[in-house]
Ligand binder design. Structure first.
Ligand SMILES: *Cc1c(COP(=O)(O)O)cnc(C)c1O
Length: 492
């Protein structure tokens, strides 16, 4: 499979190069040129373990690596790192199935991909004969930063700098990041929201490329955000895991469709579901769940993407995003028209708005359903599910749960529904505690302890004692200083 820029048919690279570069030089994202001609024995995957599935799926999507090489990389990435060998277990909650993606080393679903990306990155560096150090730039809305730092901690030949919105992440997320150990990791707050941080990172890539700012320095940039295809590919695996579990449990027969409800921010997670569908998995509807920042809901309803709107800070901060980067890949894959994507993205950066052609809108309608859930709905969902089923959800999962119920009511002919659960409830303990009718004061760490006492749901090991770990990172900078900050780190 060959990769190309979503904005230019002539910019083509191998999968290893795409991982190494993070994003295309022209500002586009690397995407498979096409997914429709991929021949893949998806049924053969169903009896396999999750790690065996990962080997097959990843070597199909990233053919720079043989199946044998990939098997070694998968082992290196996952063995002993997750709470279960299954990596991403499923549980029944009422008539729905919840796919738990947060059983990894930092209790966020980002762990699934960010355990794999560092080994892919190191292997890609060798494949491409690159001796430069790789400097990973990452903007985070909260969870990516910690998972990326943990993944890259002390990985030879790499260094990582993470930017998060100042005051825009939860206290637990912030504590996880600023206490991260490792000689090659660094994190700074940026005054602004996530979009400011993400735009700043994209701008650094563009300026470094245009002005050759790192030439001869023995350093090159890459990204651990889901703009990197090496982040996206590992996420395809758990759609297969969930499907196989439903078959095993007798809930469906092989070939029956399953609908997936995905709490969505940057559109990476749900795009991985689209990849799974294109690889043959019988994915029925992909349901895009948003919080009050429901730009994707509006887009999927109208075909108009309009970021000229208020930005809300919600109780599901990892989805507080107005520019969903990975949507660009979907637009490219559906239209197969890099020129069109370039035009749309140009309109987005100039005016904040674009409208997709009617034919493209019709294609979206066939696969996607979209709805949103505000903070009040989130809170109600957490309380209701706990009282009814004794299952404790985090705020992001709750958004998806609420949207799943909306979807089922609106589309009675729906297939069995899998809800993707993207974080441990202990990452957002105050909001979860309040949803259970308890009062939480401002101290999120006390809320964590209290939540464990009230529910009896065990606190993940990695979050225990977080408050008492030493703070190692204290930088706060303005968006305009991000480039200088990076050049300074690169110079060391
Ligand atoms: C990142 C994240 C999301 C959104 O995933 P995208 O791939 O950006 O759409 C949802 N929930 C949580 C907890 C996250 O960390």
């Amino acid at each position: 499979m060959i990769y190309q820029s979503t904005r230019n048919n002539d910019l083509k690279v191998s999968s290893a190069q795409a991982i190494l570069d993070g994003m295309a030089r022209d500002g586009g994202l690397y995407s498979p040129a096409s997914l429709s001609d991929l021949e893949f024995d998806w049924q053969g995957l169903l009896p396999l373990s999750t790690q065996e599935m990962a080997v097959k799926i990843l070597s199909a999507l990233l053919p720079s690596f043989s199946e044998e090489e990939m098997a070694a990389l998968v082992r290196q990435a996952y063995v002993g790192k997750f709470e279960t060998d299954e990596l991403t277990p499923t549980v029944s909650v009422g008539e729905d199935t919840v796919l738990e993606l947060f059983r990894g080393p930092t209790s966020a679903f980002k762990d699934v991909a960010l355990s794999m990306l560092p080994v892919l990155m190191t292997a890609a560096r060798q494949k491409c004969g690159v001796t430069d150090e790789i400097l990973i730039l990452t903007a985070t809305s909260g969870d990516t930063g910690k998972a990326a730092m943990a993944g890259f901690q002390d990985v030879p030949g790499t260094r990582i700098v993470v930017f998060y919105p100042y005051g825009g992440v939860s206290p637990v997320q912030q504590a996880q990041m600023v206490t991260q150990a490792g000689d090659n990791v660094c994190v700074s707050a940026v005054r602004g929201n996530f979009d400011d941080a993400q735009t700043g990172v994209k701008r650094i890539f563009a300026q470094v490329e245009k002005k050759g700012l790192l030439q001869g320095k023995g350093v090159r940039l890459s990204s651990a955000n889901s703009i990197n295809i090496g982040r996206l590919a590992p996420q395809v695996v758990y759609y297969f895991r969930a499907y196989a579990n439903l078959v095993r449990g007798g809930r469906i027969a092989v070939g029956d469709p399953v609908d997936f409800v995905v709490p969505t921010g940057n559109f990476g997670d749900i795009l991985a579901g689209y990849f799974a569908k294109m690889m043959g998995l019988p994915v029925g509807r992909l349901v895009c769940a948003s919080n009050a920042n429901n730009i994707l809901t509006d887009f999927l309803h109208t075909g108009v993407y309009d970021r000229n709107r208020p930005f809300y800070k919600t109780t599901s901060p990892s989805m507080d995003i107005l520019v969903s980067s990975n949507l660009e890949r979907l637009l490219f894959l559906l239209s197969q028209d890099a020129k069109l994507v370039e035009t749309l993205m140009d309109a987005l950066s100039r005016t904040g708005v674009y409208r997709v052609p009617a034919s493209l809108k019709a294609q979206l309608d066939k696969v996607f359903y979209a709805a949103s859930c505000d903070d009040l709905g989130t809170k109600e969902a957490i309380g209701q599910v706990w009282r009814r089923y004794g299952y404790l959800m985090d705020t992001h999962t709750a958004v998806a749960y609420d949207v799943a119920q909306q979807y089922k009511a609106a589309c009675p002919a729906h297939a069995p529904v899998v809800i993707l659960s993207t974080a441990s409830p202990y990452k957002f303990p105050a909001a979860v505690l309040e949803a259970l009718g308890e009062t939480a004061d401002d101290d999120e760490f006390r809320a964590m302890e209290r939540l464990e006492a009230v529910t009896g749901v065990p606190l993940p090991k990695n979050l225990r004692g977080l408050r008492d770990r030493p703070v190692r990172h204290r930088d706060v900078i303005g968006p305009e200083d991000m480039l200088t900050y990076i050049l300074d780190k690169a110079g060391r």
